[in-house]
Design a protein around this ligand. Structure first.
Ligand code: SAH
Ligand code: SF4
Ligand code: F3S
Length: 540
């Protein structure tokens, strides 16, 4: 089942698409890129799937729960397609298509197309094919369009390089017209690394996203520059293990058969002291160097953030670059997964709890105002009460601003599922999960309380949840014949340390950076008063 282009394109103009996203920020970016591609071909987007000619789900496979949501959506749309809309195109794209797609088509024959995260540039062609094969003059013969990578990490280097060029195109093809999808078009994601080579024993990502590939630094800097020229103020760099970013310009990279020169500032590698750091040669750009290049070469960028970090190989060079450059956010998401060395080993994480503590101490030394967040898996196979207590202790000690705590979910094809029995009963997982959440709630409360009376820089993202509810018709004064009392609009944004801040101000501030004095705190939110707006950070 391989997709082949059809002889002539079916008209896309005006065709309505419903595209829903599940999963991580990488998927949010992929959705934006697919959306941009389809929009440039004349498709329009709708918010109600029943109004759509094409329904696409961009999916996540990381836990079973994430997949179940998609199964039920696909089931519902599939039934409707069967009874009311046989011409509707139903597509599953992203990680679940890659991991599980063929099974999905077997269970839901109404699915017309599958496209893995490494093949997203083929979505328009797959939709085209689906539309055409359903046309009556083609006999309505149903063929599922499929674009999946398979196990690319096993392919030959030449083939892999050609595929990389192909993949690079989807990022390079992005539209630089500011859209209002996120923070009034002022916030954007930029991918720096695709895939992952870590093979943590519980994780599907290396199977769905393929092996680790780093994008050329010049492409990344150029993309950031164009986004900022189009009005973007905040950029978040994306990768599964961003601190492992490295690009060797001595290794040829071609796009459209042109070798890409590596020009621009070359900063002498500065590994700093105390922290482990990979060794690079002169032609290699490290993550610290990439951060410095973006900060220095795109001076109008107001805020630079990045996720996600891997606890190993996080050198002081990164912390030094952050310390010396005020427009790089004081926020580090560094998933630890467990506080037990025995479990870290079973998870194949490659570091110890002591090494993690050393990293946290170094961050606090270099960046005393930084906030940290983490991910935890509880109930991993063989987890004892003692292991669980070690994780609880780690949460108390590290004072994270928040933690994403997940119950272990066995994933087909992973080493953990093949080799270890899922032997922690669900009620025990649940209890441990709740205990960890309670410890984290105390830590979050303390972190937030420390901001009382301080003035913070806030990137204003949107109306707050409260204001959104009100503007969605919470108070129907007009219909009742009396003047609706004037509502003060509450806005929501984030500090440099990624803490959520709510304050009253005019919505025109959305997408700007403002200064807010904190007057009240809750475990997960700061509340304050606007003192200055908009604020520009001085460039160093
Ligand atoms: N690259 C990041 C994580 C990406 S997946 C890292 O290395 O940390 C996001 C999070 O999902 C992980 O940090 C982990 O906490 C959680 N996760 C991944 N697989 C899981 C599984 N099988 N069960 C439960 N949680 C899982
Ligand atoms: Fe998954 Fe581990 Fe890679 Fe993170 S580092 S994406 S947890 S395999
Ligand atoms: Fe999910 Fe794929 Fe992201 S599995 S977490 S959408 S990389």
């Amino acid at each position: 089942m391989t997709a082949k282009p059809t002889d002539h394109a079916a008209p896309a103009v005006g065709r309505a698409v419903y595209l829903e996203t599940f999963g991580c920020q990488m998927n949010v970016l992929d959705t934006q890129l697919v959306r941009g591609q389809l929009q440039s071909l004349g498709y329009r987007f709708v918010d109600d799937w029943k109004q759509a000619d094409v329904v696409l789900y961009n999916t996540c496979s990381v836990r079973e729960h994430a997949e179940q949501k998609v199964w039920s959506r696909v089931g519902e749309v599939g039934l409707w397609k069967k009874s009311d809309r046989p011409d509707l195109v139903l597509g599953v794209i992203g990680c679940m298509a890659e991991r599980d797609g063929k099974d999905m088509v077997r269970r839901h024959p109404q699915v017309d197309l599958l496209c893995g995260p490494g093949e997203l540039d083929k979505v328009p062609m797959l939709i085209d094919n689906a539309v055409k094969t359903a046309l009556p003059d083609r006999g309505g013969i149903k063929a599922v369009g499929v674009a999946l990578q398979g196990n690319t990490h096993r392919r030959s280097t030449t083939l892999a390089a050609a595929e990389e060029d192909q993949l690079e195109r989807i990022d390079l093809s992005r539209s630089f017209v500011a859209d209002d999808q996120s923070s009034a078009g002022r916030s954007a994601y930029v991918r720096i690394t695709r895939g992952c080579n870590k093979f943590c024993t519980y994780c599907v990502v290396p199977f769905t996203r393929g092996r680790e590939v780093h994008r050329p630094p010049n492409h990344i800097v150029e993309e950031c520059r164009k986004l900022v020229d189009a009005g973007v103020r905040e950029i978040t760099l994306l990768g599964q293990t961003v601190n492992h970013y490295h690009f060797d310009s001595a290794a040829a990279v071609t796009i459209n058969d042109v070798v890409q020169p590596q020009v621009g500032t070359v900063i002498a590698p500065n590994k700093g002291t105390g922290g482990p750091s990979p060794t690079f040669n002169d032609t290699t750009t490290s993550f610290a160097q990439l951060l410095a290049r973006i900060h220095d070469e795109v001076p109008d960028l107001q805020r630079l953030r990045y996720v996600t970090n891997f606890p190993r190989d996080f050198g002081n060079d990164i912390l030094e670059v952050m310390r010396d450059r005020p427009r790089i956010c004081r926020y580090l998401h560094i998933p630890v997964q467990s506080g037990s060395n025995r479990l870290l080993k079973l998870m194949n994480r490659g570091y110890t709890v002591e090494e993690y503590f050393d990293l946290v101490d170094r961050v606090r030394d270099y960046l005393p105002d930084a906030e940290l967040a983490t991910d935890i898996i509880c109930g991993f196979p063989t987890e004892t009460e003692e292991d669980h207590q070690a994780t609880a202790e780690l949460l108390r000690r590290c004072r994270f601003k928040n933690s994403f705590i997940f119950k272990y979910s066995p994933r087909p094809g992973t080493v953990a599922m093949d080799r270890f029995e899922d032997d922690v009963p669900n009620d025990v997982k649940k209890r441990r999960n709740n205990e960890l959440l309670a410890i984290q709630a105390d830590a979050s409360t303390a972190v937030h309380q420390a901001y009382l009376g301080k003035t913070v820089r806030v990137f204003v993202e949107s109306l707050s949840a409260r204001s959104r509810k009100q503007s969605n018709g919470g108070m129907g004064g007009v219909e009742l014949g009396w003047e609706k009392p004037e509502q003060v609009t509450q806005l929501a944004g984030r500090t440099d340390g990624d803490l959520i801040v709510c304050f009253d101000a005019d919505p025109s501030l959305i997408g700007e950076i403002a200064e807010v004095r904190i007057e009240r705190t809750s475990p997960l939110t700061l509340f304050g008063r606007l003192v200055n707006s908009p604020v520009a950070t001085t460039t160093t």
